[in-house]
Design a protein around this ligand. Structure first.
Ligand SMILES: [Mn+2]
Length: 282
């Protein structure tokens, strides 16, 4: 197989500008299972992606990208142990000189990732793209569910801004009204208000992309697809507003992709969305 983009493990680590950490973590998914296979499928199906983007004119080379070994989990690992493993790996692998991108796995992975990066980089704000608020106190018996991840992150003192929320419980909704949480839904999306919000956040930003932010017509391959989702145009417009702030992006994650058997096209689309994100932001 040709080494390109995400499938570049034989290439030079030294030269790489982008580090990818596969995190095949899945313990608390509630509707459909299989997001643990996402990193492998996305990486495997990214090989024929064009590394030139006619829109931005940017040309990437194979050696710009380097995929690290996946974080390893054991079946018997508790949620705390699993999250601890993720935090430890991120701390070990994070490099100031490279862009750090994680590929999940369920959305819960964002918690240990931001914990690790905070220890290295200090404070930063978080912007997350998601159909869901992920702000329940606990879900199906655990506080470390994908449905609680943004609440846990907020409780650890992060300032968070969500985009694309359109499904949630009353509990989610009420919690999202707290100080330091700002939610932008797509139907009433106000570019100026969003830009203003960003101007009030930390100078450093972390971005978390749950693939269910997108409309199921673009990517039905997620654990919990929700109708009336974001278009690529909307997504790119929002990324460009973030880019314009010139804030330092300390990391990005992509979560909740769920490969559909015999439809590798969606894995390829997921890798294209990852590529486009880098292309716009860096
Ligand atoms: Mn989510």
């Amino acid at each position: 197989m040709v080494d390109t983009f995400l499938d570049s493990e034989n290439l030079s680590y030294e030269k790489a500008k982008y580090l990818f950490l596969p995190i095949p973590y899945e313990k608390t998914t509630s509707f459909l299972k299989g997001t643990s296979r996402a990193p492998e499928e996305i990486i495997k199906n990214s090989y024929s992606l064009e590394l030139f983007d006619p829109e931005t004119g940017k040309i990437y080379r194979d050696e710009d990208f380097y995929t690290l070994k996946p974080v390893e989990f054991k079946k018997e690992d508790s949620e705390e142990i699993s999250l601890g493993k993720i935090e430890k790996r991120v701390k070990e692998e994070y490099k100031e000189s490279k862009y750090f991108i994680s590929i999940g796995g369920e959305h819960t992975i964002t918690l240990p990732i931001v914990r690790a990066i905070k220890k290295i980089k200090g404070n930063f704000s978080i912007v997350f793209f998601d159909a869901h608020y992920d702000m329940r106190d606990s879900y199906e018996g655990t506080k470390f569910s994908h449905a609680c991840v943004m609440r846990r992150i907020y409780e650890e003192g992060f300032d968070i801004t969500g985009v694309g929320m359109r499904a949630g419980s009353i509990e989610d909704f009420e919690f999202s009204k707290k100080d330091g949480i700002e939610i932008f839904d797509l139907k009433n999306f106000d570019e100026k208000k969003f830009a203003k919000r960003l101007s009030q956040t930390d100078e450093k930003i972390y971005i978390s992309v749950d693939f269910d932010f997108f409309d199921p017509s673009i990517i039905p391959a997620v654990g919990t697809p929700e109708i009336e989702g974001g278009t690529l145009e909307e997504y790119e417009k929002i990324l460009k507003i973030i880019k314009k702030t010139e804030k330092k992006i300390v990391g990005i994650d992509f979560t909740e992709f769920l490969p559909i058997k015999n439809l590798p096209q969606y894995s390829y689309i997921a890798s294209s969305i990852i590529f486009k994100t880098l292309n716009i932001l860096f």
